[in-house]
Design a binder for this molecule. Structure first.
Ligand SMILES: Nc1ncnc2c1ncn2[C@@H]1O[C@H](COP(=O)(O)OP(=O)(O)O)[C@@H](O)[C@H]1O
Ligand SMILES: [Mg+2]
Length: 406
């Protein structure tokens, strides 16, 4: 093995220690970060031009002077950091320091500062080398980004509120314009029972004084009551539809609600006499709802089923069934009877669509409006045999309890 002398770069390149020192000096001077060396009394031993510029003074103004003398503006912040490094001998990295310097009075600057102790052989900290990076622009960009984010968030909230308002306004306009269309139909609808009432009343008046007056009057009065009730029912239905709705929301046992509705359905079914079958699920979650409105939905669907079956030869059957579904309750109202025509199936939920001479065409439109206001869905499917099934859901996580919010 040849005895090779480890060759240093210096000898290899022929440059001297002096040259290398000059190189380091040059690097220190021109480094794009602020650098300084501080003695134990916090006097500047050395500082580069970059840091001197940050401080707003020339290099010579620093040397031999204390931090407090040169940059009193931030002395309170940096002195404790230096002292800690001197006491502990530990490196302190990436401190964010903010403050003003004579370089730009009145402007808050941000720096990232790291402190490196220079220790002598006895372990004592002789001096502290400091690296300072100006991160003011970065900070400002961050702040701008944060406030832009906050502004965006604020605008989203604002727009969402506006959208909600617009949606409500639109719903109101829809109701109003629907109401205007309704007025004509309503006048026509009410005209029938009112004319009938006048006729019966006149007939009654004519019988007064006659021998059989009592029996005839009883009959006339009964007719009058019937017609007045029909008029009241029409008004009630329309009112329900136009109703601006102070929301009522009560935790409700849907089975019980169905049970309470059955007697009313039974009265309506009396004439044509279909069988009424109730199938209640043994257990249902309580649903927060408006009981009057949901009862109205069940009634509207049942009424339609009864009316559809009344046209057939068989009495038929109407089945109301409750069932738990994922996150809520499902209610089905099913009737046997006529097969539904495609044309009717496609339009039945439209307001004012009716195939019945005495119909208003609002029953299903109202029912769907109510169910959707409860965040549920109402749909119809034709049965395999004959007749139809209406199905609606009421989510347990629907509108919040308490109500009152428009
Ligand atoms: N169970 C049903 N079977 C067959 N057709 C139905 C049923 N329910 C509703 N329809 C059809 O849908 C139309 C609209 O119903 P609805 O909105 O309740 O208004 P109306 O009962 O006043 O006609 C009815 O006229 C009828 O043609
Ligand atoms: Mg109806």
């Amino acid at each position: 093995m040849p005895d090779t002398q480890p060759s240093t770069d210096a000898t290899a390149t022929g440059s001297s220690v002096i040259d290398r020192f000059a190189e380091l000096e040059h690097l220190y001077r021109t480094a794009p970060v602020g650098l300084c060396l501080m003695d134990r009394d916090l006097r500047f031993l050395r500082i580069n031009e970059r840091l001197a510029a940050i401080n707003g003074r020339v290099v010579e103004d620093h040397l031999g002077r204390t931090v407090r003398e040169v940059i009193p503006e931030i002395a309170d912040i940096v002195e404790p950091l230096y002292r800690r490094v001197i006491e502990t001998g530990e490196v302190a990295l990436n401190f964010e320091v903010a403050g003003e310097t004579p370089a730009e009075p009145g402007v808050t600057k941000h720096w990232l500062v790291s402190y490196y102790p220079l220790t002598s052989s006895d372990g004592k900290v002789r001096a502290v080398s400091t690296v300072v990076q100006d991160i003011t622009e970065l900070k400002e960009a961050q702040d701008a980004m944060r406030s832009a984010g906050e502004e965006l968030e604020r605008r989203v909230v604002e727009r969402t509120a506006e959208l909600d308002e617009a949606r409500e306004a639109l719903a109101r306009v829809c109701r109003v314009s629907m109401m205007q269309g309704l007025a004509g139909g309503l006048a026509h609808e009410l005209n029938q029972p009112l004319t009938a009432i006048v006729n019966y009343a006149e007939a009654g008046r004519a019988t007064i004084g006659r021998a059989d007056a009592a029996a005839q009057l009883t009959d006339d009065f009964e007719r009058i009551i019937e017609q007045a009730q029909r008029a009241a029912a029409i008004v009630r239905r329309v009112r329900l539809f136009v109703h601006k709705g102070e929301k009522v929301r009560t935790p409700t046992d849907v089975n019980q609600l169905v049970e309470e509705t059955v007697p009313i359905i039974a009265v309506e079914a009396r004439r044509s006499g279909p069988e009424i079958i109730i199938e209640r699920a043994p257990e249902l979650p309580a649903i927060t709802l408006d009981p009057i409105q949901i009862q109205q939905v069940i009634l509207n669907l049942a009424r339609n089923g009864i009316e559809a079956m009344a046209k057939g030869a068989e009495p038929g059957s109407l089945t109301i069934r409750t069932a738990p579904v994922e996150d809520g309750v499902e209610i089905t109202v099913r009737n046997t009877g006529p097969v539904i025509a495609d044309e009717v199936a496609g339009r039945m939920f439209e307001a004012f669509y009716t195939t019945r001479p005495e119909g208003l065409g609002l029953g299903l439109a109202i029912a769907r409006t109510i169910v959707e206001a409860h965040h549920g869905r109402l749909d119809m499917t034709g049965n395999d045999g004959a007749g139809v099934t209406f199905r609606f859901t009421l989510p347990a996580t629907g509108p919040s309890a308490g109500g009152g919010d428009a």
